[in-house]
Design a protein around this ligand. Structure first.
Ligand code: ADP
Ligand code: MG
Ligand code: MG
Length: 876
């Protein structure tokens, strides 16, 4: 019989796959001797077995009962004992944290007879009946999907009549009767009285909550696989709602927004944990606890210090105080903003807890990307409408919407304004530029989820009176209606009317060389970690740049060369006409004249780029796209010609263009006459480009520069294509006086090139993987058509987790990359190998390329720092 259940003292934090993150960390805290209520964890194996068959695996509940008996023995209390009942919490918790996405049921074990025992034993009948009504509501919601409002309405009505002291025990007992009626009417049977039945049903509903719609949506958003399953943690209840010397809270060992040292958190006296996370009542800051219960506060600080030293990282925790006794209910290495991640990693190095290598693993390229976002320019800003808590940084401007549906329906950027959010608001949060709430702290649902998604969030702006039904909020006597623009600052928590201008981030300014590294703690941290990444990385980082301006920017951002300079971009704008002349040319003389007109323009572009990248390699790709891309579209030409003919005029040049476009029409232009094929079909085209490159380099040398151009041929599939191009261009290179030696290489971007890389390497100085075309041709996905077509359905159904155009497909496309690297190097050990597709700027793909043994990646200038960091991470 397989083992499915693990007591907290059996597990440890290394077993999160099996026990889920929450279970593994409850085990770890138990092992550390911290005060954790006794309990045990049902493994994710059991959940997967349940989800596969729809029934609990054989023997599971017997195993649960055996562990339950242990807990009962330890506490000397039994589930269902009418004199002094043990109550249980049944909590979900998968491998990766999914805050609030799955189910938890508290107070399991209460029924018509045990409620009296709880009242007698606690000496607080009001508490006992309140716990019972909580159970019916929570159980109804999670096990049977009953809407919380049906219960909340009754509770609100009672509160309204009960006066300031709140409902008394008799009133709560009546409320329980009402709740039971609601339950029976909606579900079709009575609320289950048998405690073990409650427990089993709660366990099943936690398993099932893995597949709830909101959990699936969250996983897709966070790229968490759908087949992991959740663990179920079952533990003794402790009560934060037993009067003023009880309470519950959440805390961070450092500020999760800025990374500043110190203890941060929210506390709510006389409450259960759910009340804090839901933001239902306003919490007080953790320092208040020092006044309310200094002994528990000191103990809490000690425990937090222990956890930080043990985990060597920022931890967040959930705790409950029951009549002056502190209990730990959860810990984990805490989520944090991108800024906090850098600042904390650098601090932990200074504190000697981690090494610089480890620090690199505490930050990601995606976080650095976030930090390069701009912030508001506050000069001349209006007075803020309100100030809340800056819960997730960024500067978001948008029209006010009050619900998910409106957020999803809007076309421009929107700010989702809610009293508080809950998991049902997730689609709206995804669709919004920012989230603004009037209630809840930095650990409220809105704050946690927005930080995870990188959305700007201001929470707890309690001056806002939100009336979603009327579609407006008010601050004092000022009314803001749905559709009006507001600007929210996720760092300072300020909410401004109208649209504020935004300015670049300090990190972006530092990276661009406009700010000294000492400027602020965040910039210091980025400087250190990026410096370390540069010191350890083996992968070079070049940029994709087609102009002098881009090349200069890329160089400032740390690029050590250009990996892709697309020459066709130089044929746009005013130069289109010259391309038209080339296409319409009749006879060799006209072709030569057209090419001769293009030559000086190209040469001037190359001089500028080679100047910007002096001393560094510049890989120039010969023209790639089909020529008709430079002509007016067919329908436009057809209409123009038709209009001219209708007026009885000669369409002239348009008529010739139309005939050319018709002649060149292809059903699949991406698989047609482009790249090397075009170069071979229009004699002189490549030769002109190559001459322009060589002459530009020669000119730079005469001017005292150190030009290092490299020539790259696109879309090669057979070594004979490459040889034919070389035969045409080598004499041209040899004929340009003063030109430096220029390397000649090829893109590897069609499957046949990868498959015959050994042969091709014999005719090339270097390879560069064009992973966009390679992905397109390996999958037979048209990159320009898949988005908005079947990809959404593929992602939704879990056929794909991520577009292979965003992150390299390591299995299929990646296999060809590895093969081409191996066979290319076997044929020619000194072959330089790069990557110049979009993937060259994607951190996960960069890790793959580092492992595959390529020499450098090339990406757009703004992604260069991200690629440097990712390359550093890949090396340690
Ligand atoms: P989530 O993963 O959504 O945070 P949890 O399983 O942590 O869900 O539970 C939700 C709330 O229930 C927590 O805030 C916690 O305070 C409360 N809770 C969990 N276990 C217990 C327990 N043993 N006793 C009292 N309250 C508990
Ligand atoms: Mg929790
Ligand atoms: Mg290509």
């Amino acid at each position: 019989m397989p083992k499915y259940v693990y007591d907290f003292i059996e597990g440890d934090r290394g077993r999160a796959d099996l026990l889920g993150g929450k279970g593994a960390n409850l085990s770890e805290m138990t092992r550390l001797g911290l005060p954790v209520p006794p309990g045990f964890t049902i493994s994710t194996d059991a959940c997967r077995a349940y989800l596969a068959t729809g029934a609990p695996p054989d023997g599971l509940f017997a195993e649960v009962n055996a562990h339950l008996r242990d807990v009962e023995a330890r506490l000397d209390r039994r589930l269902g004992d009418p004199r002094d009942p043990l109550l249980l919490a049944v909590r979900s918790g998968g491998r990766y944290s999914m805050p609030g996405m799955m189910d938890t049921v508290l107070d399991i074990g209460l029924n018509d007879s045990t409620v009296g025992g709880l009242a007698a034993h606690s000496g607080d009948a009001r508490f006992a009946w309140d716990s019972y009504r909580r159970l019916i509501q929570m159980f109804g919601r999670t096990v049977h999907g009953l809407p919380a409002e049906d219960f909340e309405r009754e509770l609100e009505a009672l509160r309204a009549t009960a006066g300031p002291a709140g409902p008394n025990a008799e009133q709560l007992r009546d409320l329980v009767e009402t709740y039971k009626k609601i339950f029976a009417a909606q579900v079709g049977h009575e609320f289950p009285q048998a405690p073990h039945e409650q427990l089993y049903l709660a366990i099943r509903s936690v398993f099932e909550s893995w597949n709830s719609q909101r959990a699936r949506l969250y996983r897709h958003q966070e790229h968490i696989p759908d087949d992991l399953g959740t663990a179920v943690n079952i533990m003794a209840m402790v009560f934060g709602n037993l009067g003023p010397n009880s309470g519950t809270g959440v805390a961070f060992t450092r500020d999760p927004a800025s990374g500043a040292p110190g203890v941060y958190g929210d506390y709510l006296a006389n409450a259960q944990g759910e009340d804090v996370v839901a933001g239902i009542r306003n919490t007080v800051g953790l320092p208040e606890l020092a006044r309310i219960d200094p002994v528990s506060y000191r103990r809490l600080l000690e425990i937090m210090a222990t956890l930080e030293r043990h985990y060597r990282d920022l931890c967040d925790i959930e705790f409950t105080i029951e009549r002056g006794r502190l209990w730990m209910l959860q810990t984990r290495v805490g989520k944090r903003t991108a800024a906090a991640a850098f600042v904390i990693a650098a601090q932990l190095v200074d504190e000697g807890l981690i090494t610089l290598d480890e620090a690199l693993h505490r930050v990601t390229g995606a976080q650095l990307a976030q930090l390069m976002f701009p912030a508001f320019d506050l000069a001349g800003a209006p007075r803020p409408l309100a100030v809340g808590l800056g819960a997730s940084p960024g500067a978001a401007v948008g029209r006010v919407v009050f619900d998910s549906a409106a957020a999803e329906a809007a076309d421009g950027p929107v700010i989702l304004v809610r009293r508080e959010t809950n998991p049902d608001d997730l689609p709206g949060m995804i669709a919004s530029a920012g989230v603004l709430t009037s209630r809840g702290g930095k650990t409220s649902h809105a704050a946690v989820v927005a930080r995870g998604m990188g959305r700007t969030c201001v929470c707890g702006a309690d001056a806002l009176r939100i009336d979603a039904e009327r579609g407006e909020f008010t601050v004092g006597d000022r009314v803001v209606r749905a559709g009006e623009v507001v600007s929210i600052d996720g760092m300072t928590g300020k909410v401004y009317p109208g649209e504020l201008p935004v300015r670049p981030s300090p990190v972006a300014r530092y990276l661009a060389g406009e700010l000294a590294p000492e400027a602020d703690p965040l910039v210091v941290a980025v400087h250190r970690l990026l410096g370390h990444a540069d010191a350890v990385r083996r992968l070079g980082v070049r940029a994709n740049a087609d102009s002098g301006a881009d090349a200069r920017l890329a160089r400032r951002l740390g690029a050590t060369g250009i990996g892709l300079c697309r020459t066709e971009h130089m044929f746009l704008g005013a130069r289109r006409e010259l391309v038209e002349r080339l296409i319409l040319a009749e006879g060799p003389d006209e072709v030569t004249a057209a090419l001769d007109a293009l030559l000086p323009l190209q040469r001037a572009d190359f001089v500028e780029i080679l100047t910007a990248m002096d001393g560094l390699p510049v890989t120039i790709r010969l023209i790639d796209p089909p020529l008709h891309e430079f002509l007016p579209p067919l329908h436009e030409l057809t209409a123009r010609v038709a209009r001219a003919e209708a007026r009885g005029e000669d369409p002239g040049r348009d008529g010739r263009l139309l005939r050319a476009v018709r002649r060149m029409h292809e059903a699949n232009p991406m698989l047609g006459l482009r790249g090397v094929r075009l170069g071979l079909m229009i004699p002189g085209l490549f030769a002109m480009q190559v001459r322009a490159i060589a002459e530009a380099a020669a000119q730079r040398r005469r001017d005292g520069g150190d030009p290092r151009p490299e020539i790259m041929v696109p879309l090669v599939g057979d070594v004979r294509e490459l040889r034919a191009v070389r035969a045409e261009i080598e004499p041209v290179l040899a004929g340009v006086p003063d030109a430096p030696e220029i390397l000649l290489g090829t893109m590897i971007e069609v499957p046949r090139a990868a498959l015959t890389a050994g042969e091709i390497a014999g005719a090339a100085h270097f390879f560069s993987f064009g992973t966009n075309d390679l992905t397109q041709t390996v999958w037979a996905f048209s990159r320009d058509d898949v988005e908005g077509s079947f990809f959404d359905a593929y992602l939704e159904r879990g056929i794909l987790e991520l577009s292979p155009f965003e992150r390299i497909d390591p299995v299929g496309v990646g296999r060809l990359v590895r093969l081409a690297v191996a066979e290319g190097r076997a044929a020619q050990p000194k072959l330089t190998i790069g990557v110049c597709g979009e993937h060259g700027g994607d951190p996960d793909s960069i890790a793959f390329f580092a492992d595959a043994g390529v020499d450098y990646v090339s990406c757009s200038p703004y992604r260069v720092p991200i690629a440097r960091l990712a390359a550093g991470r890949a090396a340690v």
